[in-house]
Write a protein that binds this ligand. Structure first.
Ligand code: SF4
Length: 361
């Protein structure tokens, strides 16, 4: 494994292995580092309302994600992801567990949405993704949460698992923008997305933070009940890259715009990591890649060996070596004990509080 340049205390990420994020020259923006947040430009041009209307058209029957389960969500049905006719939020809080350029000093403004279209047997957020913990709230309350996070000094709106809630999110933005919302959006997702939905987000989303989970259909079927993940995920990553390019970071080290991809390494190479990394390198090695070591057997993982044990150091190092051999310009790495410090427990007020993490199951 190559040298880790810097340990960033207080974050679960150990730093870039090599390379740096592209820095934008402030002079490009009239001498001060200002970049107009995407949805504000769309708001000013009138494009925002057209896109919102098209997102609403996909809500009921629902065709927001590749499941396209056609649930009539505005008529009382719930979809395969468990979501109905209102946004369901599990927690909204400043969050310090994302990669450093997304966190800043006051944290990412994380909104953890309930529900998920995938069925990952090892999901560390299973309390909200599968058990559907959270509260349905009216759209104006969601807008108020966005504004509260901004008032707390959060760097961005970090929308976690937003896809089933997209139309509500943009309805809430339409209420919050006239009241002064101006921080960028981070679209933090599993990377299982439809290109036509991503096209509707062009010019609305500043930063994409997707997973690239699997390199084989068999793994995607066995561990997430979605063999088509390996079909949709590369298409989605390409679309995101074409929309926003690689992550751009200002002189202050904070992200303004772009794509950063995450890959969670699984025991015994169950994710088929080399295939994932090769796929991503074919899109661009300029995409910063976060190679995650925080795997711990959560949820139903005990029934799915080899996922019934933590990751070993050698397994993680082998994937890092592949990433380095593919010449990714920027890698984020984690220490192997990251999971012990950052596994969430959504029965707590702060799911990421510094007290020791609960047992995973
Ligand atoms: S977002 Fe949920 S309701 Fe909509 S298609 Fe996907 S699984 Fe079905």
């Amino acid at each position: 494994m190559g040298p880790v340049t810097k340990r960033l205390s207080g974050t679960r990420f150990a730093g870039a292995v090599r390379g740096t994020f592209k820095q934008i020259d402030g002079s490009e923006f009239g001498g001060c580092f200002v970049m107009k947040v995407a949805y504000l430009a769309a708001w000013a041009s009138g494009a925002f309302s057209q896109k919102l209307e098209r997102l609403l058209n996909r809500l009921s029957p629902c065709r927001l994600c590749p499941r396209q389960c056609n649930a009539r969500r505005l008529e009382g049905d719930t979809g395969l992801c468990g979501q109905g006719g209102l946004p369901r939020v599990a927690r909204a809080l400043p969050h310090f567990g994302e990669e450093p350029p997304l966190t800043g000093t006051h944290g990412a403004g994380a909104v953890f949405f309930s529900g998920c279209a995938l069925r990952c047997v090892f999901c560390q957020n299973h309390q909200i993704s599968r058990e559907n913990r959270g509260e349905e709230i009216p759209v104006p309350e969601l807008a108020a949460l966005f504004l509260e996070l901004q008032a707390k000094g959060c760097l961005n709106l970090d929308l976690v698992s937003p896809t089933p809630h997209l139309p509500f999110i943009f309805q809430a933005l339409a209420l919050a923008i006239p009241r002064g919302l101006h921080i960028p959006i981070v679209y933090n997702s599993h990377g299982y997305l439809l290109p036509e939905v991503l096209d509707l987000l062009t010019g609305l989303v500043d930063i994409y933070l997707p997973d690239a989970k699997y390199g084989s259909e068999r793994a995607a079927r066995t561990f997430s009940a979605a063999s088509d993940y390996v079909h949709w995920n590369p298409i989605a990553l390409k679309r995101m890259y074409h929309q926003v390019g690689p992550l751009q970071v200002g002189p202050d080290g904070l992200a303004r715009r772009g794509l950063l991809v995450r890959h969670l390494v699984l025991p015994e190479d169950a994710a088929r990591s080399e295939a994932v990394l090769k796929m991503l390198s074919r899109i661009s090695t300029r995409i910063p890649l976060s190679v995650m070591a925080q795997y711990r057997p959560c949820h139903e993982a005990a029934k799915h060996p080899p996922l019934d044990r933590p990751l070993r150091r050698g397994e993680y190092r082998r994937v890092l070596a592949v990433a380095q051999s593919l010449d990714f310009e920027t890698l984020f790495v984690q220490s192997l004990d990251s999971a012990d410090h950052y596994l969430p427990d959504f029965s707590r007020k702060d799911p990421f509080s510094s007290s020791p993490s609960p047992p995973c199951r």
